[in-house]
Design a protein. Structure first.
Length: 433
């Protein structure tokens, strides 16, 4: 019997270490340097974070999901999931543990599709935490439908010339390189007509027009760039994977990215629940604690049940990825987890706000960021509606239409079939009456 919900004691010790480390050493950095996670650190910040990264390495927890050939431990997705629950409540922790989005997904596709030279130039410093990267796919006129992408890369002798616009390219302003998806064969389908390119950020023609902020952030100081690629000349070696392979590469990248977001979301939502419980136990109204009011108990019970349900599904999906070693084989469950994620975080954040009253909506508590985070989780790496379509299609694949006017579960039909099956017994019984 292989089902087991225990974490092996050795890894549990590492998780306990990580939990204390994040709370004591990393969360104070969130408070002082939040927002600078993806900016190359200055000398002051380096003096703070480099020793912490070293302690993570000594614990064998740096980039834990990657194989030893890539500088990780090869622990896989299930262990990463347990670790990410701890890291997800802190903005700096993923960077200090070498498993931050979007770099993890970008590293994964370079490891999978890159040449040795590309790995040396981009992957090695990325995994060492020396540089940051950007994934540049969404375009202003359409993000969820790749058939609408217009950015073109055209061959000119030994070079490619890239032209077009990209939107919401996260961390472009601080990334050392961008992975850009472009149409290379407009006659082919989206599955074969696009290619992926590795573009150093300082290549002439890579123009960041503005850095869009999320709601509540100042104008042009956000981290999601609108980029105009204008006659960007790239050598043939800039192509990542084969020509026409971008769609397949994107699927590899997004499969991992989506489940990693879900793992971190558990951690964030748990913070909301913890805060809710603390407040409920601390605050008095009408002669009793909030914790003793049934409406509040309902908020807490619903939050706990939804979080546990989501957590188990995420862990199961991570376990399945490890088992199959192939995101595509687990596509249905990754998409289903993606569908659930915004709702779980939103509902817990909303209840945490409500229980905290006016303080809850203020910028002195972290809940409004969780609410925006919930909306982000319903969009980044594809909108909820598109993932629902994926889930439904995959579920329907395991079913057949009825070859009869009446459904298989139609009770009169089942009764008739049962009577036919037991005809001899039934006749005997009638005969004995
Ligand atoms: C914080 C954040 C970070 C991001 N980072 C990156 C990044 O680093 N790189 C990158 O390339 N992109 C990034 N994105 C962009 C993200 O991938 C897109 O927002 C997403 O794919 C949706 O595209 P869109 O915004 O153009 O919305 P649209 O494609 O215009 O869709 C808008 C809405 O239409 C509805 N819809 C769309 N398709 C369907 C359908 N088939 N059926 C029913 N309804 C549908 C949905 O409600 C959807 O939300 C990021 C987004 C966010 C919010």
């Amino acid at each position: 019997m292989a089902w087991d919900f225990e974490t092996d004691p050795e890894f549990q010790r590492k998780l306990d270490w990580a939990d204390a480390f994040v709370r004591e050493e990393v969360e104070p950095i969130d408070v002082l340097w939040g927002g600078l996670e993806f900016t190359p650190p200055d000398a002051t910040l380096r003096a703070v974070i480099d020793p912490l990264k070293e302690r993570v390495r000594q614990q064998g927890l740096w980039a834990t999901h990657l194989g030893p050939d890539l500088g990780g431990q090869g622990h896989g997705q299930l262990k990463l999931s347990l670790l990410n629950e701890i890291l997800g409540g802190s903005s700096w922790a993923p960077v200090i543990f070498g498993c931050q989005a979007p770099d993890t997904g970008n590293a994964e596709i370079i490891a999978h599709y890159g040449t040795e030279a590309q790995k040396e130039t981009y992957l090695r410093p990325l995994l060492a935490g020396e540089i940051f990267s950007c994934y540049s796919m969404t375009e202003p006129q359409g993000g969820s439908d790749p058939a609408l992408f217009e950015t073109r890369a055209v061959k000119d002798g030994d070079e490619w010339v890239l032209n077009g616009w990209k939107f919401f390219s996260s961390n472009a302003r601080t990334a050392s390189f961008l992975i850009v998806m472009a149409v290379t064969d407009p006659e082919a389908s989206v599955y074969q007509g696009m290619s992926m390119f590795l573009v150093p950020s300082d290549t002439p023609g890579v123009n960041i027009v503005r850095n869009v902020g999320l709601a509540g952030e100042p104008d042009d100081e956000g981290s999601h760039a609108l980029i105009h690629y204008e006659d960007v000349r790239l050598p043939a070696e800039a192509l990542l994977g084969g020509e026409g392979q971008a769609f397949a590469i994107a699927q590899t990248r997004l499969g991992g990215g989506r489940i990693h977001h879900a793992m971190r979301t558990i951690g964030l939502a748990r913070r909301g629940l913890d805060a809710m419980c603390e407040r409920a136990l601390s605050r008095e109204v009408q002669g009793g604690r909030l914790a003793d009011k049934q409406f509040v108990q309902g908020y807490i019970a619903d939050s706990y049940a939804e979080l546990m349900q989501f957590r188990l599904f995420v862990l199961y999906t991570a376990w399945s990825i490890d088992k199959h070693n192939d995101y595509l084989k687990v596509r249905k469950d990754i998409a289903a987890v993606k569908v659930l994620m915004p709702g779980v975080l939103h509902d817990i954040a909303w209840r945490a706000i409500q229980i905290h009253g006016a303080l809850g909506v203020s910028n002195e508590m972290p809940f409004h960021r969780m609410l925006i985070g919930a909306s982000v989780m319903g969009l980044a790496d594809g909108p909820t509606e598109v993932h629902k379509v994926t889930v439904a299609r995959q579920v329907l694949r395991d079913h057949e239409p009825s070859d009869d006017l009446w459904p298989t579960q139609h009770l009169p039909k089942r009764r008739a079939a049962a009577r036919a099956k037991f005809a001899a017994v039934l006749e005997h019984e009638v005969g004995n009456l």
